[in-house]
Write a protein that binds this ligand. Structure first.
Ligand code: DQA
Length: 144
């Protein structure tokens, strides 16, 4: 059985009402529901966490080593700022796929750079809720 930790970063708890023109109208619960259904179908065990705190996300990455074979991570705005999260991903021996709902390369210039992408196995950006589904499939294929 494959074990995957899904990590949602800051402000993603507000999906549904947060800038729907950019992020769509699915709530985080909608995304988690779809992820859970796909995971069940693919025989993947998933655990899902959301945090607005960089510290909590670092702790989750560290503890993923105890259970997860892979991490699906939407780091939100920390993508563009956090050396500490980059170091956490580099420090753990667990493959991480970076996902974004929006296409970060087609937005403001400060979003075009990801400090985390170089230490992730790959990044998926711009497909809305489907970015997570594609990310889960990519993680499964990579681990197998
Ligand atoms: C995001 C993109 C980030 O630039 C932004 O700060 C977010 C969401 C996305 O999923 O498109 O919070 O990670």
């Amino acid at each position: 059985m494959l074990n995957v930790l899904v990590l949602h970063g800051p402000n993603l708890n507000l999906l549904g009402t947060r800038e729907p023109d950019v992020y769509g109208t699915d709530t985080l619960a909608d995304i988690d529901f779809q992820l859970t259904a796909l995971a069940e179908e693919q025989k993947i065990a998933i655990r899902i966490k959301q945090s607005n705190s960089e510290e909590a996300l670092i702790e989750s990455l560290h503890s993923s080593r105890e259970w997860a074979n892979g991490v699906l991570f939407n780091p939100g705005a920390f993508t563009h700022t956090s050396v500490a999260l980059r170091d956490a991903i580099a420090a753990i021996d667990v493959p991480v796929v970076e996902v974004h709902l929006s296409n970060i390369h087609a937005r403001e210039s400060f979003r075009r750079d990801s400090l985390l992408a170089p230490v992730c196995i790959g990044s998926i950006s711009g497909f809305g809720t489907n970015s997570y589904m594609l990310g889960l499939q990519a993680l499964k294929t990579h681990i197998k």
